[in-house]
Design a protein. Structure first.
Length: 155
């Protein structure tokens, strides 16, 4: 069955250019294949997913989203301080490390600050607290497979 409108359980291919308010480009699909995602499964930021609902192939948008519609506000509780000894290696600000949470899940943390023997790790998304501007065009639509729907993402 052909799909012509973006709705839940549609696989959507988009081309985009992502910038922050000062115009700095953060990401783009220029020169690459479109980004494919499963619509309605929180695979892209909430504001963009809502804005694309009902769109068709060929539609193009230029939209800006406040932090609460993107990656959320920065949460100071997602920052932790540990010692150099706990880290176990010489840290470099900007490096991303992987940590295992008490429930067994893994999380990526950014080494945000090194002050003497103290290392600050930040679990916020790098774009948390930022307004984001998307220039988006819908490149392709198709019906999701049963496996993609049950997994909640594109294969």
């Amino acid at each position: 069955m052909a799909v012509d409108t973006i709705a839940k359980n549609t696989v959507v291919g988009i081309h985009y250019r992502l910038t922050v308010p000062d115009g700095t480009e953060v990401d783009t699909t220029e020169g690459r294949e479109p980004l494919e995602y499963l619509h309605g499964h929180a695979n892209i930021i909430p504001g963009l997913e809502r804005a694309l609902e009902g769109a068709h192939v060929g539609d193009a948008f230029d939209m800006e989203f406040a932090p609460e519609e993107a990656y959320g506000e920065r949460d100071p509780q997602r920052e932790i301080e540990i010692t150099l000894q706990q880290l176990g290696f010489e840290p470099e600000v900007g490096t991303v490390v992987q940590a295992q949470l008490p429930d067994g899940r893994e999380q990526h943390l950014l080494i945000a600050k090194v002050d003497g023997n103290t290392v600050t790790l930040d679990g916020n998304h790098p774009l948390a607290g930022e307004s984001l501007r998307f220039e988006v065009s819908v490149a392709a639509l198709r019906e999701a497979t049963a496996d993609e729907i049950s997994q909640g993402h594109v294969d």
